[in-house]
Design a protein around this ligand. Structure first.
Ligand code: NAD
Length: 498
């Protein structure tokens, strides 16, 4: 029997009223395990109205008291981390240990947000003029919305709302309709932590719900994470409607392997970065750029047996290293990319198609694929595949490798593996990508730093979490104050000078 999900509106669970629903699958079995309501514009309006009302009081609560709610939430997250990871794994398909890692990275943002009394502090300059002082405030925006992707159903919402809420905003989350249960679980924990009604709301749905948020005059800002075409649409529509928008999009992350790199470390790092979570990570490495012919030869020789022995199974199987893809449609899309690589002349070294897992014949499993001799003109190089497919591109030298990365339309993450400090330093400074790893394959910034790509991997200017998150969710106000004594001095028509 499949579960009926509900919205989480103004502190209460509410039934979907639109009459439209979507199926949620267990990707390991292909079975429908839940039904998720798709909100109508009216339902979105009701939720935003509740959040707008809640803002009036929540924004007046002191930062320290808002932080205390986050401390209680943090305790509850620790206590329930395994259960949250199991919810993620069941609907997403990623293996339990990977889901636990996702939850842990989300928890780190909550830890960061508990520091809000310090993070939100303004600046003060005594005596900017004679008897005049200047200071600044960071004030919350109002109702802010988060629209999130399927691939991190716990971590990506956690990138957003802990900081938004502790800054004094109220929040409406529209999670992915493909794995929506984690959002409701987070809402329950926040409620248990004592968050007042209406401060955090979950509205499920599809384009109609998203458009309802994009056009609502009381939504002040939108944080979006998802694919590039939708990110661009969200950014354009949101900013046209006068909102502050940060919209993070897709990726094609390259790892440069220099001839002096430690090849054992490279292979271990690459296996996890390319095939972990079945390649459904925006920071997954999908292109290995080998510098020098021998580097390519050595890499493929060592990767092949590791790929062939990769353990693929259901997320609930503790011995599995890689789970299924999210949906049947996505499985078909990834398969078609592999076909395109073959037809465009890339060499398919390992073919992950046609894999079935015993006992899970209805699941959307795919083995790991490896292409060699991929070139920049090929579709599998240009586009984000978002599956367990790694392309090796052979570069003659460092300059050719970095030129390729700088010319790619995406600029989310990248990495270089080398033992040469000078080369690594040049790479970090010259590469046109937002997040760079030096002998680190998945350079996801920690909570106190900020996450965001360049080029068509991010629309907007402000990255997520860290101090950029605090700035995104607050408006700066600067106050110039004087307390004059004695008689009025008469009007002065010159521009004021200090
Ligand atoms: P998606 O763009 O399909 O969906 C993201 C969100 O947008 C969902 O909530 C969905 O309901 C909504 N949406 C989908 N179509 C819409 C439409 N036409 N109009 C309005 N809203 C719409 O992305 P996905 O498949 O869930 O996630 C995978 C993508 O997200 C990949 O491209 C991946 O690279 C990207 N991603 C990026 C980052 C990053 O930080 N840059 C992080 C995670 C995922």
């Amino acid at each position: 029997m499949s579960a009926q999900l509900k919205h989480y509106n103004n502190g209460k669970v509410t039934d979907g009223k639109s009459g439209r629903f979507g199926d949620v699958y267990n990707p390991a079995t292909g079975e429908v395990i839940a039904s998720v309501p798709f909100a109508s514009t009216d339902e979105v309006n009701d939720t935003v109205a509740a959040a707008h009302e809640a803002f009036k009081t929540w924004s007046q609560v002191t930062p320290m008291r808002r932080a205390r709610v986050m401390f209680r939430f943090l305790e509850l997250l620790h206590k329930n981390a395994k259960e949250l990871a199991t919810i993620v794994s069941r609907e997403h398909g990623k293996v339990q240990a990977d889901a636990e890692g996702e939850v842990q990275r989300g928890i780190e943002i909550v830890e960061y947000a508990t520091g809000i009394p310090s993070l939100i502090k303004g600046e003060n300059t005594d005596s900017v003029g004679s008897g005049v002082d200047s200071y600044s405030l960071r004030q919350p925006l109002g109702v802010v919305a988060g629209i999130t992707p399927f691939n991190f159903p716990a971590m990506v919402p956690l990138w957003m709302f802990p900081i938004a809420i502790t800054c004094g905003n109220t929040f409406v989350l529209k999670p992915s309709e493909r794995d929506p249960s984690a959002a409701n679980f987070l809402a329950e924990l926040l409620h248990e932590a004592g968050l007042p009604e209406g401060v955090f709301n979950v509205i499920h749905g599809d384009k109609e719900a998203v458009d309802g948020l994009l056009h609502h005059p009381d939504v002040a800002a939108i944080s979006f994470v998802g694919s590039t075409p939708i990110a661009e649409y969200i950014y354009k529509t949101g900013t046209d409607n006068g909102k502050r928008v940060q919209a993070l999009g897709g990726a094609k992350n390259h790892m440069v392997i220099m001839p002096d790199a430690d090849m054992d470390q490279v292979v271990d790092a690459l296996m996890g970065a390319a095939y972990g979570s079945a390649g459904e990570r925006c920071m997954a490495i999908s292109v290995a750029v080998t510098v020098g012919e021998n580097t390519a030869h050595e890499l493929i020789k060592r990767l092949k047996p590791k790929i062939e022995s990769l353990k693929i199974g259901a997320g609930s199987d503790a011995s599995a290293e890689m789970g299924p893809l999210i949906t049947k449609q996505h499985h078909e899309k990834v398969t078609s990319y592999i076909e395109s690589g073959v037809s465009q002349g890339a060499e398919l070294v390992c073919d992950g198609r046609n894999l079935t897992v015993q006992g899970f014949e209805g699941g959307y499993f795919m083995g790991a694929s490896l292409f060699d001799k991929v070139t920049p003109e090929m579709k599998i190089y240009k586009e984000e595949i978002f599956g367990p497919v790694l392309s090796v591109v052979r570069a003659a030298n460092y300059a050719e490798a970095t030129k390729m990365i700088n010319e790619h339309e995406y600029g989310n993450g990248t990495a270089i593996f080398t033992r040469d400090g000078g080369t690594a330093r040049d790479f970090a400074r010259d590469i046109q990508v937002g997040m760079v790893g030096i002998n680190v394959a998945i350079p996801v910034p920690v909570a106190s730093h900020s996450f965001g790509g360049w080029k068509r991997s991010l629309f907007g200017d402000v990255h997520m979490h860290g101090i950029e998150g605090v700035h995104f969710y607050t408006k700066l106000k600067t106050i110039t104050a004087r307390w004059p004594e004695g008689p009025a001095q008469g009007a002065d028509y010159h521009f004021p000078q200090m």
